[in-house]
Design a protein around this ligand. Structure first.
Ligand code: MN
Length: 499
């Protein structure tokens, strides 16, 4: 998927006029070189734009306010080349509302032992200039990322690149609009939540529409448009009739093609980027949207099943954060379904009734048509596949009544030992870190849901930083987790975030 905006990041160098024009000329020139080289490196997913060196209160305030207003600006990177008295930054920082990165670097990598003098020292003093600046940002309680090291280092560039993607998740969050064409599944707790609070915290708009309004949009899709998409499906995917009549099978597939086109048009027209459905509330739809939803997720839409709007929004956010990533492995809604408890082979089989995003697939993708064990509609067509190996993260955003908590579990995705020929759904399989028993115990203690927003491409650090920017609690379950300390994390969360 592609982002709708061509985002850029501003590079602002802090300094002062105490050391004369010659020094300021060097500061500007060094900043220009750093920005040029960062852009040329090919590591950063977005362009960095150099701004004039910030010295006075007035210019600092003006620059931050321009960054607020510029829709293409996704964040500001600050570095203090010399000392920059931090009181000059107060008004600008108070009024700034976008992601902030503090790049704690210096122009020279090595101390120039043979030539170093006091002029050099005064000009290259981010070691204390950045401390002065960092002190103010901490005192003001402003959330920011700090990246430390020389600007030519690959590790530093990768950290900036990673933060840029977090920043996209932060600035795009307030543009996420979730369409609910079904309410929460009756009696289910964990998919519920406070939509007003979600808008206050995350900026999400979560709106309901009668399911038959979208069903009408589906009904309005012409037969020729539908058939063209069916042809595309038949070109792209393997068709597994499994004894069904070929014409009857194709008619079932066509229902999903019509849903895909109708849903997409309806979402586009009304400006929604995520959707929830519910197998028990389908109105005039002939099938539970399966293949159709899978394809929409692949295009970048967020999705949550059984009315789960929190997961729909999180899938959308994580797709935005990984948009355009080279060698991306995929992002999807998933559901913890069933366990393998054989010692040494423990893991969780991930699936859903139908709706898993094909971006996470490895190997061939097939279309199957099978009865749904729940609901009262015709057998829905769906894409079936298995998923990639490797590390990923499963996230669950829960509403605890007094606050939201984001649970971030690092997981190791594996192949299942044997094929599962009778299972007519897409699957993934993982072992939660640090091990199956500790991972599951921590997840349950934290109150994590069975639906997750999963990604191979977004990191736990990025999601934790995103949560911090949203002002909500985040807990990590990974190879550093032990239950005794994890319980303390939860207790600390109650103190800091509980009301
Ligand atoms: Mn479900």
């Amino acid at each position: 998927m592609k982002l709708s905006k061509d985002y850029k990041f501003w590079f602002c160098t802090g300094s002062q006029d105490l050391y004369g024009d010659e020094c300021l000329k060097n500061v500007a020139e060094h900043s220009r070189i750093i920005v040029d080289e960062l852009n040329k490196s090919g590591v950063l997913p977005f362009e960095v734009v150099l701004k004039p060196t910030l010295i006075t209160n007035e210019l600092i305030r003006k620059t931050f306010n321009e960054a607020n207003i510029d829709e293409g600006c996704a964040g500001v990177i600050v570095w203090c080349h010399t000392f920059s008295p931090a009181k000059s930054w107060i008004l600008g920082l108070q009024e700034y509302r976008k992601p902030l990165l503090h790049l704690h670097t210096q122009f020279n990598e090595e101390i120039p032992y043979d030539t170093i003098d006091m002029d050099f020292m005064n000009e290259n003093q981010s070691a204390h200039g950045d401390r002065e600046w960092g002190h103010m940002v901490t005192r003001m309680g402003i959330e920011r990322k700090v990246v430390v090291g020389h600007w030519t280092s690959q590790a530093v560039r990768e950290k900036i690149a990673s933060w840029m993607r977090t920043a996209i998740g932060i600035v795009e969050s307030s543009h996420v609009r979730v369409m609910r064409v079904a309410d929460n599944m009756r009696n289910v707790a964990v998919t519920e939540g406070d939509k007003v609070e979600a808008q206050l915290k995350f900026g999400w708009e979560v709106d309901a529409y009668p399911v038959n309004e979208i069903a009408e949009a589906v009904g309005a899709v012409s037969e020729s448009d539908t058939n063209a998409l069916v042809d595309e499906y038949y070109d792209k995917y393997e068709i597994l009739l499994e004894g069904r009549d070929a014409d009857e099978f194709k008619r079932h597939v066509a229902v999903q093609a019509q849903i895909e086109i109708g849903f997409e048009r309806f979402l586009e027209e009304k400006n929604y980027q995520a959707i929830v459905t519910h197998f028990g509330d389908l109105g005039a739809l002939k099938q539970l949207p399966g293949l159709a939803i899978q394809r929409l997720m692949e295009k970048g839409y967020g999705f949550g099943a059984e009315g789960d709007w929190k997961v729909a929004a999180m899938v959308r956010i994580m797709k935005l954060m990984s948009a355009g990533m080279k060698d991306a492995k995929g992002t999807s809604m998933l559901e913890d379904y069933t366990y393998n408890l054989v010692p040494g082979k423990e893991g969780i089989l991930q699936a859903h009734m139908l709706e898993i995003c094909p971006t996470i697939a490895e190997g061939p993708i097939s279309i199957k048509c099978q009865p749904l064990s729940m609901g009262d509609r015709e057998d829905p067509a769906r894409l079936v596949f298995t998923s990639k190996e490797g590390p990923g993260i499963a996230t669950s955003l829960i509403d605890l009544g007094d606050r939201f908590r984001l649970i971030i579990n690092s997981v190791d995705c594996k192949k299942v030992e044997k094929p599962m020929p009778k299972l007519p759904v897409a699957t993934a399989f993982w072992t939660p870190q640090p091990d199956f028993a500790t991972g599951c115990e921590a997840w349950i203690l934290a109150g994590g849901a069975h639906h997750t927003a999963f990604s191979y491409d977004v990191t736990a650090e990025q999601m934790g930083d995103w949560a911090a920017a949203m002002g909500i609690e985040a807990v990590y379950i990974d190879n550093n987790t032990n239950i005794r300390d994890f319980k303390k994390d939860l207790m600390l969360g109650n103190v800091v975030f509980g009301k």
